[in-house]
Design a binder for this molecule. Sequence first.
Ligand code: NAI
Ligand code: PYL
Ligand code: MG
Length: 259
Amino acid sequence: MALLTPADLIEINRQLAISDEVVRKSTGFEIKGICEALYGTKANSEKVGIVPITSGNGIIGSFSESLLAIVRYFGLEGFITEKTDVSGYYEALSAGADIVLMADDYTYLAHNLKNGKIANNQPCTGIIYAEIASRAKQAGSKEILVVGLGKVGFPGAEHLKKKGFSVYGYDLDKTLLQRAVSKLRILPFSPENPKKFPVIFEATPCPNTIPEAVLEQGCLVSTPGIPCALSENLLEKYAVELVAEPLGIGTVSMLYSIF
Ligand code: NAI
Ligand code: PYL
Ligand code: MG
């Protein structure tokens, strides 16, 4: 259960703006534009209610505040309820929220109260980071490496297959790797027999999961994984274009999937 810490969320606006700039330079689109194209939806000044949830490990410092900053960064109106949990949910509905955002230790959801649509952060995160990777200027060969085939990585790999990419997948867990190979018809990647990739999508909770041998000079690495899969040294040595952000890109993907 990989939970965010307040340290991950420091200067969330700056982290979002940096990621937006890398995405714009590599794809020609801002993150918002990619979400509009991906889901075929547009924001319509929806009001977003953010409900702090105390279950399990409890409130994560600045998690709700970061969601409010993220909602506003993408031009929407938002508020954090005074109360938590069920009382907070009631408060959000009473205040006329169009969309509710709330997360316990296992599920982070978005619910559009007007059209009934719901979104789960894990698949929405995998899909948007995979979509960004697929649109990178480096993605011409349509070959991509996916490291981590769990709750975020598997939906991302599935999305890349649907977009016609040759997906090479790797996961330490052989059962999960085999599941992705059989269900998605992806190619199993072996670190013992590495090849270079111009674009990599990573979704693991571990550092140093992308071997140096797969890095092409100037490659794009699109990763929601926390901590970052690549050391500062390798990022610099290969001039890697890195898209990595702890919460906002996955959240805006959720929102555009339920407009
Ligand atoms: P998960 O546990 O379902 O999947 C992670 C997968 O990575 C597992 O299958 C595991 O076997 C694999 N793995 C671990 N170490 C590996 C290694 N060295 N090489 C290859 N595979 C390895 O976790 P989930 O839910 O998919 O989340 C993945 C990461 O994404 C976590 O760090 C989570 O905190 C983060 N996350 C970030 C978000 C964001 O917006 N930035 C949103 C949601 C999750
Ligand atoms: C959604 C994030 C992305 C990575 N890990 C996920 C996580 O940390 N989930 C737990 C979120 C708990 C929030 C807490 C609160 O402050 O409302 N219940
Ligand atoms: Mg994110």
